[in-house]
Design a binder for this molecule. Sequence first.
Ligand code: ARG
Length: 273
Amino acid sequence: MTRTARPLRLLMCRPEHFAVSYEINPWMDPARPVDVARALAQWDGLRATLEGLGHAVELVPGGPGLPDMVYTANGGLVTPEGTVGARFAHPQRAGEQELLDAWLTGAGFGPVHRPVEVNEGEGDVLPVGEHLLAGHGFRTTRAAHGELARVLGRPVTSLRLVDPRFYHLDTALTVLDDDPDHPDVAYFPGAFDEPSRAVLRELFPGALVTDEATAGVLGMNAIGDGRHVVLSPRATGYARALRERGYEPVPVDLSELLRGGGGPKCCVLVLRG
Ligand code: ARG
């Protein structure tokens, strides 16, 4: 099958204030200092790669004391039906909300719905064609799914995450193609409970099912545009499987940002107009 890329508009935040100074997921170890210069160079590489693929990158300035703001995926959910801001599960990230809401409003994506329930944006909520897949179990709550459905007027498919290493939906599932006519995803079944796996099998019978070796290097945290998949260079088996499926894997090394528990997808918030 011929795969066609769709240009994306992406919000990113340069990791000038990056650090691992607290531990809110199993990938983080505050005892090991991070190399900020290296994080910046790797992030610059991601940005250049995305722009080289034809995507538009917008920048939100980070803030001191907000080391995780580089992971803009968690900053909200922007869809044609409306924008929902983030409400972080951990107080360490709460300061990001105001900066992100202000940016989104200023850029014309407002009004930003300020959620009542804990909601970590596109980290846990992924539009795929007509579906709005939403994770819960670690960060975003199940109640937030109801809030999203109400605010956006769209049904939400709830999926329960059960492995703490895969604490956001975007660490367990990649949206390869968001086209409503041929939506396509890849996922690691071990990250979900059995009822959620059944839902995924039913919605996406032809999905690419990945393994522990892929998910264990945060390989699922990849950016798909319908043709290219920007992913970790460690996810070699995944890259092979994607190529067989007609996609073009584009490896980008973000090893320093992996130490905060994030890969390429965590670093972008898709701005859907
Ligand atoms: N340190 C961040 C946190 O635990 C990493 C967020 C990764 N983002 C993502 N979309 N998975 O909140």
